[in-house]
Design a protein. Structure first.
Length: 304
């Protein structure tokens, strides 16, 4: 490729995606890597990003360093964290100009650019980001696994494990989640679950969410409660954003984009969330959102 290419990165709790973009908007290459969730070991996330960019560049026949990389990473909301990640990525020498932001920021830019709207992300974690017509921006959620992530895959996974514990203790009726989760994990008995959970990653626990959703659809009451509470939590976050940013939503519903493994167009909770968007006073953005493309478009701005 002779035209300068930039890289956009979407790094979350399950995987990292990189997209190479030309100035004319042409996609020149892609690559996927492991999770790049930002934790206290920040250089680890930077290494995942750098390695995935290198593989995308190699596949496209591009020589590094690139002119620019914009990386949207889950957990990179604090300025000091972003500065540390930017320094680590500069040390990797993958690009001459490096910027780090959040994965939801990248998703928002792909959905709306500089226009008003709301994006709801529900994958391993969950968060809402909105921008009003007057330029005000608001984040709802994004508090992490301990304080937040309601409605996320991680939240559904944890809630499923707790439902199993209650059922085994006799504090609740038996649930099909017990056998489903044990079989999925290859464990012999419920008392093996705590040891698995202690060593599991956030992505491992979030991977139980599709299993819980299937169990709910089979008619299991405990699983149905878990999934409904997750849907209610996502709707609550969305309603809070609409109420604060678009007080006249009943007259002019704001556009709402849905992204993340649970609610993307092929996600298991997509149909349910589409109904929640209308109930909350929003108007669904029909097209799919690609966060790494939004990140790449932000990287193009660094060329100027």
């Amino acid at each position: 490729m002779t035209a300068p290419l930039v890289a956009g990165v979407d790094g979350g709790g399950t995987r990292t995606r990189v997209l190479l973009l030309a100035r004319d908007g042409t996609t020149a290459g892609r690559a996927e890597g492991p999770a790049a969730l930002v934790r206290p070991d920040r250089p680890a996330a930077a290494r995942v990003v750098a390695d995935t960019v290198r593989r995308a560049a190699a596949a496209a026949g591009v020589t590094l360093p690139l002119p620019a990389v914009w990386a949207g990473l889950a957990g990179a909301g604090q300025p000091r964290v972003r500065r540390a990640l930017e320094a680590a990525l500069r040390d990797e020498q993958i690009a001459r100009s490096v910027r780090v932001g959040t994965d939801v920021g990248a998703a928002f830019h792909d959905a709306f650019g500089t226009a008003a709207g709301i994006v709801l992300v529900a994958g391993t974690g969950s968060v809402v980001l909105g921008a009003a017509q007057d330029g005000r921006r608001l984040q709802i959620g994004g508090w992490g696994g301990v304080m937040g992530d309601e409605g996320s895959g991680y939240h559904i996974g944890v809630s499923s494990l707790r439902a199993i514990a209650r059922a085994v203790d006799g504090r609740a009726l038996p649930t099909a989640l017990t056998t489903a989760v044990l079989d999925h994990l290859g464990l012999a008995r419920p008392r093996d679950l705590p040891a698995w959970a202690e060593s599991a990653t956030k992505a491992d626990i979030a991977a139980l969410a599709p299993l819980a959703i299937r169990t709910a659809r089979s008619g299991d009451a405990a699983a149905q409660t878990v999934v409904q509470r997750a849907l209610n939590a996502l709707a609550d976050q969305l309603s809070a954003a609409i109420r604060q940013l678009f007080p006249s939503a009943s007259d002019d519903p704001p556009p709402v984009a849905l992204t993340g493994g649970l609610i993307a167009p092929d996600g298991p909770l997509r149909d349910d969330l589409e109904k929640q968007v209308a109930s909350a006073g929003g108007r669904l953005l029909p097209r799919a959102v690609t966060p790494e493309r939004g990140a790449a478009r932000l990287a193009l701005t660094l060329l100027d």
